[in-house]
Write a protein that binds this ligand. Structure first.
Ligand SMILES: *[C@@H]1O[C@H](CO)[C@@H](O)[C@H](O)[C@H]1NC(C)=O
Ligand SMILES: *[C@@H]1O[C@H](CO)[C@@H](O)[C@H](O)[C@H]1NC(C)=O
Ligand SMILES: *[C@@H]1O[C@H](CO)[C@@H](O)[C@H](O)[C@H]1NC(C)=O
Ligand SMILES: *[C@@H]1O[C@H](CO)[C@@H](O)[C@H](O)[C@H]1NC(C)=O
Ligand SMILES: *[C@@H]1O[C@H](CO)[C@@H](O)[C@H](O)[C@H]1NC(C)=O
Ligand SMILES: *[C@@H]1O[C@H](CO)[C@@H](O)[C@H](O)[C@H]1NC(C)=O
Ligand SMILES: *[C@@H]1O[C@H](CO)[C@@H](O)[C@H](O)[C@H]1NC(C)=O
Ligand SMILES: *[C@@H]1O[C@H](CO)[C@@H](O)[C@H](O)[C@H]1NC(C)=O
Ligand SMILES: *[C@@H]1O[C@H](CO)[C@@H](O)[C@H](O)[C@H]1NC(C)=O
Ligand SMILES: *[C@@H]1O[C@H](CO)[C@@H](O)[C@H](O)[C@H]1NC(C)=O
Length: 501
């Protein structure tokens, strides 16, 4: 039985009727279950000893309408029942009394995704909790935020993994972001304007402007630089899209955009910037666009054909052009990304192998007289690899006479440990060109604090080996075509969350 069948059987055994109800093949169910296991709480009302709320699972998109009999109790958890009678959903609420009306919501749910392969569904279990602030009128309280996000921790198929959200554009949650952004101010630093006229031979004519600009509401710094040419009598608009805050993770939904303009003769300066704030309430993020301008006062010194003008600092005051609300909680919500280490290792574990080579002493006759050297390249097959190059594996003491009985430990190329499996061993049968590999590898792309250690085995029949023997060294070298790669699907893959590596 495959691992996935085992998972599915276990989940089905736990809650036979509910699983099929919770089964979902909506777009990206598997990806979303691994990356954003979470729920939305809507329609939270508390009145006459009962709480009602709607819960939507963001991965499976299943919804449940819940009623929780709280009575007059505060500070105790009351279980909720759903109209849909979903046994795979466990939810409870807690009201806190007094003037600061608040509530806690706890959720635990099991669901199944079959969007990757309908015959290989994956069962997920996650739990999470959130606090809500309530707005009360007479005897009825309602959640202050119409939509509340409950972030989850996965318990199955991986245990105790809390997938990381995106960090969001710089400064979005800095206290005061929203309030200070009403009166936008920028601070320019290290402003350098160079006017090099050239001498017609060795020194070439060039003009450049550079500076840093800090948005004081969010503490975000952009760097601006441009090279340009100015014809006599002209004062052209030198426009720059300034850099900073590059998202190497490709998970960010929003990024700060900074555009500036500089007029070299009149020293007029203008800025347009778009940034984001959700410091007051993550359920109510805003996108702010503002503009500002000033005339820069620069000190110039001329040295031969070059004039350098600079200023340490300049303040620019501006005004807000627009403030647009964004979808609730969208700032730290990651974009769906291609499968990374963890998802690939569970959904379709496979090594991409290449460059298999055996070097041996062609004149050695007796068994064990001269060990062979075996090497190959391997890489986890995944779409978002932290290290996008294969690991070089080798072992210099392979006894080929052993005929694929003994497991030889892998050693890795210098400096390759970070991308290499935690450990691996292989055995090789020359007669039937069979390479078997056992490996333990680690993924921490979902939750850096809870790495997952995987173990699996593969067996491959190698592509054709081309052999040649050197007459001078009597060394026989057999290798696969240097351009060929092959997939080695892993079997019997198991995993567990580890506390340290
Ligand atoms: C999710 O469910 C809601 C209502 O329950 C529906 O309107 C929406 O289209 C669904 N989304 C997907 C992607 O199926
Ligand atoms: C809740 O408290 C009110 C007034 O204190 C009382 O009349 C009512 O019976 C209580 N309800 C429950 C379910 O305990
Ligand atoms: C789906 O899973 C089944 C059962 O494990 C397997 O035989 C089949 O090849 C898979 N299909 C795809 C498209 O991966
Ligand atoms: C969720 O529960 C944990 C443990 O009880 C608690 O420490 C945490 O503050 C809770 N989180 C929220 C958002 O209520
Ligand atoms: C650059 O320097 C040259 C020589 O001093 C001058 O003629 C020219 O006007 C300057 N350009 C600007 C844009 O100030
Ligand atoms: C800012 O935006 C306005 C309106 O789109 C445009 O006219 C202006 O040139 C822009 N300024 C800068 C510095 O990009
Ligand atoms: C420069 O800013 C002032 C207010 O600070 C504004 O009145 C003026 O229109 C701005 N000029 C340009 C070119 O944007
Ligand atoms: C599903 O994920 C892909 C990237 O893996 C993304 O391009 C697409 O927009 C996602 N679809 C939905 C409905 O989220
Ligand atoms: C190869 O084996 C022969 C015979 O045992 C031996 O004399 C020779 O030194 C070996 N060559 C190498 C490079 O190990
Ligand atoms: C996977 O495990 C089963 C049962 O232990 C074993 O029979 C099988 O040979 C293993 N598969 C591989 C490729 O090692």
């Amino acid at each position: 039985m495959s691992l996935f069948a085992v998972l599915f059987a276990a989940a089905a055994a736990a809650t036979p009727s509910s699983i099929s109800q919770a089964q979902a093949s909506v777009g990206n169910c598997t990806t979303n279950s691994f990356t954003v296991p979470s729920w939305y709480v809507r329609e939270f009302h508390s009145a006459s000893g009962a709480v009602t709320l709607d819960l939507q699972n963001r991965a499976s998109n299943s919804t449940a309408s819940l009623t929780c009999q709280t009575g007059n109790a505060t500070s105790t958890w009351s279980k909720c029942a759903s109209k849909e009678n979903t046994a795979s959903l466990d939810a409870s609420v807690q009201l806190s009394g007094g003037a600061a009306a608040a509530a806690g919501v706890q959720v635990r749910q099991t669901w199944v995704c079959d969007d990757r392969n309908t015959t290989k569904p994956i069962a997920f279990t996650a739990s999470g909790n959130a606090s809500l602030s309530l707005t009360c009128a007479s005897n009825t309280c309602t959640s202050t935020d119409p939509l509340v996000l409950v972030r989850g921790t996965l318990h199955s198929p991986v245990e105790n993994v809390s997938p990381a959200y995106a960090s969001g554009p710089d400064g979005h949650d800095k206290p005061g972001c929203g309030a200070r952004s009403k009166d936008p101010t920028w601070e320019l630093g290290t402003i350098v304007y160079l006017n090099e006229t050239g001498d017609g031979s060795s020194a070439i004519a060039s003009q450049s402007i550079q500076f840093q600009v800090v948005n004081t509401a969010i503490g975000y710094t952009a760097g601006c630089l441009n090279y340009f040419a100015v014809a006599p009598g002209e004062d052209p608009a030198v426009r720059m899209v300034c850099g900073g805050g590059v998202d190497f993770t490709r998970r960010e939904r929003y990024s700060i955009r900074t555009e500036t303009v500089f007029y070299p003769r009149s020293r007029q300066f203008g800025i347009n910037q778009t940034w984001f704030c959700d410091d007051a309430d993550a359920a109510r993020p805003v996108m702010i666009s503002a503009t500002g301008n000033t005339t820069l006062s620069l000190d110039c010194t001329t040295d031969g054909t070059s004039t350098a003008c600079q200023a340490d600092k300049a303040m620019v005051r501006g005004s807000v052009l627009s403030e647009e609300p964004l979808p609730a909680y969208s700032i730290e919500d990651p974009l769906p990304t291609p499968d990374g280490c963890t998802i690939s290792s569970i959904v379709a574990p496979s090594w991409t192998q290449s460059n298999f080579e055996v070097d041996k002493n062609a004149t050695a006759t007796s068994a064990g007289e001269s060990p062979a050297s075996v090497s190959f390249n391997m890489k986890l097959k995944t779409q978002a690899n932290l290290f996008d190059y294969p690991v070089f594996v080798n072992q210099d003491n392979v006894l080929l006479e052993d005929a694929g009985e003994k497991w030889w430990p892998c050693s890795f190329g210098a400096g390759e440990e970070p991308s290499a499996p935690k450990q691996c061993s292989f055995r090789y049968s020359e007669k039937d060109a069979r390479l078997e590999l056992k490996a333990d590898w680690v993924c921490f792309d979902l939750d850096a604090n809870h790495p997952i250690m995987f173990s699996g085995v593969t067996a491959t029949t190698l592509p054709k080996l081309n052999c040649a023997t050197s007459s001078s060294t009597a060394l026989s070298r057999c290798a696969t075509d240097p351009d060929s790669t092959w997939q080695s699907d892993m079997a019997n893959v198991t995993w567990r969350t580890v506390t340290s590596l």
